[in-house]
Design a protein around this ligand. Structure first.
Ligand code: GLP
Length: 242
């Protein structure tokens, strides 16, 4: 399996060996990877080479090192389609996961210049500011800062904010969210973000900004969120146009 005569570096061959085992499901999320010493003895290759392969697989997010415990196959990333305008709660439920929310802040504020620009209001107009930690099956997934137009999305309560805002907008207020514009940028978790998301400081994360609108173009929300880079993968379907 490892061909020492091959021009392909040994660490890379070892990486491919583990990639295949993970892809084929022979190694499952949570399974432990043997120690450097065990792998070195089993494959007759140096521990330094093993370490390089393991580091590359960890950087790729396929395996995770847990201090004092060992190295394990990482959980599969959540594949999030970018074509549909969906909310966190419905997304998680569709995957068979249980969404939950920790409210970090929820209050009525006066829109700053940025918020008023994003929501097409005047600075000082009343809006809601909501800061939430979103979890799936108890595991932190994303931190969200939402700004909502109070005129349209009126009557928010803690219990609504703890469950689904989209559900409230559509089913209680009877408004229909029709479209949104979203940007995704790579970023590194700040100290606060890494603490809340339970990842190492400076872990890669995705900074996502979304503006959502009603059919007549009225903006309802402006949301800045930080998603865990080790748990998310975004998928777009593309058509070739001429
Ligand atoms: C996602 C989006 C947010 C949106 C939220 C609504 O997380 N990134 O822009 O506000 O869903 O989710 P829910 O309906 O669960 O409150």
């Amino acid at each position: 399996m490892i061909d020492k005569e091959s021009p392909i570096p040994i660490y890379y061959q070892l990486e491919e060996h583990f990639r295949t085992l993970i892809e084929e499901g022979k190694l499952q999320p949570g399974d432990m990877i043997p120690s450097e010493r065990e792998l070195s003895e089993a494959f007759h290759i140096s521990r330094m080479t093993i370490r390089q392969a393991i580091t590359n697989l960890a950087n790729e997010g396929l395996i995770t090192r847990v201090k004092g415990k060992g190295t394990f196959v990482a959980e599969k990333k959540i594949e999030q389609s970018l074509g549909q305008l969906t909310g966190f709660s419905e997304d998680m439920r569709l995957r068979g996961m249980e969404p939950s929310t920790e409210i970090l802040d929820f209050k009525e504020i006066e829109a700053t210049t940025t918020e008023s620009r994003e929501l097409q209001l005047n600075p000082g107009d009343a809006i809601y500011h909501i800061s939430r930690l979103r979890l799936a099956d108890g595991q932190p997934m994303a931190l969200e800062q939402s700004y909502l137009r109070k005129n349209e999305v009126h009557g928010l309560t803690e219990s609504i904010v703890r469950s689904s805002i989209y559900d409230y907008i559509e089913n209680d207020l009877g408004l229909s969210l029709t479209h949104a514009r979203q940007t995704i940028e790579p970023s590194l978790a700040s100290d606060l973000e890494s603490r809340m998301l339970k990842v190492e400081p400076h872990t890669p994360v995705l900074l996502i900004k979304r503006n959502s609108y009603l059919s007549d173009g009225t903006p309802l929300e402006y949301v800045k969120s930080v998603y865990r880079g080790d748990r998310y993968k975004f998928v777009t379907e593309m058509k070739r146009g001429h």
